[in-house]
Design a protein around this ligand. Structure first.
Ligand SMILES: Cc1cc2nc3c(=O)[nH]c(=O)nc-3n(C[C@H](O)[C@H](O)[C@H](O)COP(=O)(O)O)c2cc1C
Ligand SMILES: [Fe+2]
Ligand SMILES: [Fe+2]
Length: 404
């Protein structure tokens, strides 16, 4: 049974959180042994309850049970769909069923189409405009479009009375924090790497919109006392911390001295070239973070991307396999280009047996990306003395490119 938490965030606003420790691959792609939470919120007013988002369909029955703990289902007047991805809207059909289709769903115009396309239901629906305000039972709700965080349909709600900004995916993270709020510094520090991983893996493709939307929110001059996302911690001690963290990730801000090293090694031959790279970088004071694809371990793609976004530089070791780049490294590069795509220097090491990959094949992996290739070093099998020199020169070029 997953853990369910129901708590009062502030006065008449409640959180309903479920801890999903069953999903192994979020979006069927990202390995998340750390789990993920779905947070729904309920605002009680004198004119009925307003529900903000829900949970994944797997937890629809549990969701209704949790909602009953804070509101009479007959009192639900509005359901705000901030974002129609099924991790939040999956329980919507059930919610509509148990509320007799009485509530009006509020959302971006695109949400209406998606609800109908995904679930074949046509609830009462009212599209809200960017920056539109409505008053329910004396509580003012202001809707703010935050497109591409993480779909085109995404909106946030600002509850002015409490200074609460409900942001759905934005400012969320993977992981099952043991607390609901950011009150405990140790929990926050534990949680932050899962935020970084979540942002890059899920929203990375649209990361420029993180920066744009944060700037938009800042320009509204609203007093944000609490950031309440639909995944992970609620930020009430220091909401600025998660906004700044998102801004840094959105702008791919590097951590000083961090270099990501990721490679394949089928039989350990390329391992030798990579250890020359790692030694060279460490000798110059860099901190290398290493991910491998070998016969003993497969790097988690989501973790590799999380370490790429704040690296100062990246080194990729590709084994040649059937006259092509090793498939898992190729996939990893495709995802790096899709999700990280930042102006960071990249050094490629390419090991082969009988015919090396053309420079074009290797360069094409990065075609139309923003990464800056500094060198491609092809090595036949284990590195010979001349190869060692070329690898060291590659490292030198990478370091110069960082420090430029
Ligand atoms: C299944 C398999 C397929 C390979 N295909 C090629 C190939 O098409 N062209 C080539 O030059 N080398 C090929 N090789 C040789 C490797 O690229 C070469 O031995 C390399 O040094 C392997 O390093 P690693 O064991 O660290 O991955 C292949 C090796 C294996 C095991
Ligand atoms: Fe999403
Ligand atoms: Fe989500």
């Amino acid at each position: 049974m997953p853990r369910v938490c129901v708590d009062k965030v502030v006065e008449d606003l409640y959180i309903l959180r479920v801890d999903d420790d069953e999903t192994r691959y979020f979006e069927a792609l990202w390995s998340i042994p750390e789990g993920i939470t779905y947070n729904s919120y309920v605002l009680l007013t004198s004119e009925g309850a307003v529900v903000f988002d829900a949970w994944k369909h797997t937890y629809a029955d549990l969701y209704v049970e949790a909602l009953r703990r804070v509101a009479d289902l007959r009192d639900v007047r509005y359901i705000v769909t901030h974002h129609t991805e099924p991790d939040h809207s999956g329980s919507l059909p059930k919610l509509l069923e148990v509320t007799g289709n009485v509530p009006t769903v509020l959302g971006h115009p695109i949400a209406k189409q998606l609800i109908s396309a995904f679930y074949g239901v046509e609830p009462r629906f009212r599209a809200v405009k960017d920056l539109e305000e409505i008053v329910v039972g004396g509580k003012k709700l202001r809707f703010i479009y935050i497109p591409w965080l993480h779909w085109p349909d995404t909106i946030a709600t600002y509850i002015a009375d409490y200074g609460v900004l409900l942001t759905c995916d934005a400012f969320g993270g993977f992981g099952l924090p043991k607390t609901l709020y950011d009150d405990d510094e140790a929990v926050v520090e534990w949680y932050k790497p899962f935020v970084r991983k979540y942002v890059v893996d899920v929203v990375g493709h649209y990361r420029e919109y993180i920066v744009k939307n944060i700037e938009k929110i800042r320009s509204l001059n609203i007093d944000v006392k609490i950031v309440a996302p639909a995944h992970g911690l609620v930020w009430r001690r220091n909401p600025k911390e998660v906004i700044d963290l998102y801004y840094d990730i959105g702008s791919a801000k590097p951590s000083e001295g961090k270099v990501l090293v990721v490679y394949s090694s089928m039989y350990g031959i390329q391992e030798k070239s990579m250890s020359i790279v790692v030694e060279g970088l460490r000798a110059r004071g860099f901190k290398t973070v290493i991910h491998r694809f070998t016969d003993r371990e497969h790097a988690s793609l989501g973790d590799v991307l999380a370490d790429a976004i704040d690296a100062e530089a990246i080194v990729i070791g590709i084994s040649t396999y059937d006259a092509a780049p090793f498939a898992l490294v190729e996939l990893m590069i495709k995802l790096l280009v899709e999700k990280v795509n930042a102006e960071k220097p990249v050094l490629i090491i390419n090991t082969f047996g009988w015919s090396k990959l053309s420079e074009d094949t290797t360069k094409n992996l990065f075609s139309s990306s923003r990464f800056r290739g500094v060198d491609i070093v092809s090595v036949r099998g284990a590195p010979q003395r001349s190869d060692v020199e070329r690898i060291k020169q590659g490292v030198e070029k990478l370091v110069n490119s960082i420090r430029k």
